[in-house]
Design a binder for this molecule. Structure first.
Ligand code: GLV
Ligand code: MN
Ligand code: MN
Length: 420
């Protein structure tokens, strides 16, 4: 870089933009926080994307979208033919989420580029800010959809065949949202990015507890998700006598507790398991449940330990199915591998922290991020900032303007270092 004088982040503008983005929500206002619901390819998601594209154009960035809706905002370097330095995150939000998950990495990435431009930096490599489609699994049941396809980790046909809760395919939904064209055109090669860095809130409480403003992520835990369908026998809630019942929901309740028990028994705090949804059929107060579908999320930084937990869950499921006269069917929705961050990028972030004059601590990401898949394309690492009480995926998720600004400054310094 022809050295940037002073990289100054406009914290007030960034906070105002985060608040404006949070206003584009389908959630009813809730007390005690800003509730954000922004599901991929809904009107709200498209409105937020349009607003962001306007901001990026105002910042003088080139804008390009791929067939799955990943959006690339590019600041050309002095040598545009070189692989770019990438950064970015997501703006989709699970129902009743907070306003910082993902958005800090997108708007912070934009502000980092604007700050670098204002500083007069001339970088050799281009910097590309990416807004990924559907990091959250809410609509199509699988997380990191855009980055997964970009990295070639999910086949185009399999992606297009994914269905939402209304039985509509990704292909139909994306086409209606204005993203047509073959998904085969989405994947990029390993020569696209020389480095990748994502800024994100920690979504845990380690930084806050340690009083450290920056976390440098060295590993990202491996998520897996499963569907369990429990079939029993339904009937009249009054007439079907208790000894004759094969209640699918009672069996599901046992399975849920078994999943919790086996995760607790793994012996590591890095194992976590969650049953996040439970659909009961027919779902009437006076009808014995005949079918229940559970969605289960299991994570670990050790994929073998994660698999041992699942084997124990399967043994428990067989036992309870036999005891209760129901059937339990398992479907693996996805089982990803952990990502290890690049020592060189971790070091570049460390140096950026030194230049910024802030303390940093190495840490593991227990949440997943698009960086999990970008790690297949480039050397990666992530910058974490604290969030209050470690709270995330809730309306009261909160990060201070100061921490967001510091994270953005560190991101800008890192990008400058990697693109010089
Ligand atoms: C991402 O939102 C995750 O669930 O880790
Ligand atoms: Mn999230
Ligand atoms: Mn996120």
């Amino acid at each position: 870089m022809s050295s940037a004088e002073e990289i100054a982040v406009d914290a007030a503008r960034l906070s105002a933009e985060l608040a404006e983005l949070a206003g584009i929500t389908d959630a009813e206002p809730t007390p005690g926080g800003t509730a954000v619901t922004r599901i991929v390819f809904t009107e709200r998601d498209l409105q937020a994307r349009a607003w962001l594209k306007t901001l990026a154009r105002e910042a003088g960035l080139g804008v390009r979208e791929d067939a799955i809706g990943n959006t690339f905002f590019r600041w050309e370097g002095l040598d545009p033919a070189l692989p770019a330095v990438g950064t970015g995150s997501h703006i989709d939000a699970i129902p009743y989420a907070g306003m910082f998950d993902g958005t800090v990495g997108v708007l912070g990435g934009l502000e980092a580029i604007r700050a670098l431009k204002r500083s007069g930096a001339c970088l050799r490599r281009s910097i590309e800010l990416v807004l990924f489609t559907s990091e959250e699994p809410t609509r199509f049941g699988i997380g990191c959809l855009g980055s997964r396809v970009l990295a070639g980790a999910l086949a185009p046909d399999a992606a297009d065949a994914l269905q939402d809760g209304d039985g509509r395919t990704l292909q139909a939904v994306r086409t209606e949202a204005g993203f047509a064209g073959p998904l085969a055109s989405v994947a990029v090669g390993g020569d696209r990015y020389s480095a990748w860095v994502e800024l994100h809130i920690e979504q845990g409480s380690l930084l806050e507890r340690a009083g450290v403003p920056i976390g440098i992520v060295t590993d990202i835990a491996a998520p897996a998700s499963y569907g369990f369908t429990i079939e029993g026998v339904g009937g009249h809630a009054g007439a079907l006598l208790m000894p004759d019942r094969r209640d699918a929901l009672c069996a599901a309740a046992e399975l849920i507790l078994a999943i919790e028990r086996e995760a607790l028994r793994s012996g590591s705090r890095d194992t976590v398991a969650t049953v996040g949804t439970c659909a009961v059929h027919p779902g009437a107060v006076n009808s014995v449940p005949s079918r229940v579908v559970l969605q289960v999320d299991v994570r670990d930084i050790d994929p073998e330990r994660r698999e041992r937990v699942m084997q124990a869950v399967r043994r428990d499921a067989r036992k309870l199915a036999e005891g209760r006269g129901v059937t339990v069917r398992e479907e693996i929705m996805n089982a990803d591998m952990p990502a290890h961050c690049s020592p060189a990028i971790v070091q570049a972030i460390g140096q950026a922290c030194e230049r910024t004059g802030v303390a940093a601590a190495p840490m593991v990401s227990r949440a997943y991020h698009d960086t999990l898949f970008m790690a297949r394309l480039a050397p990666v690492a992530m910058i974490f900032i604290p969030c209050r009480g470690g709270v995330s995926h809730r309306p009261d998720e909160f990060a201070t303007a100061e921490h967001i600004a510091v994270g953005t400054r560190v991101l800008a310094e890192t990008l400058a270092g990697l693109a010089a």
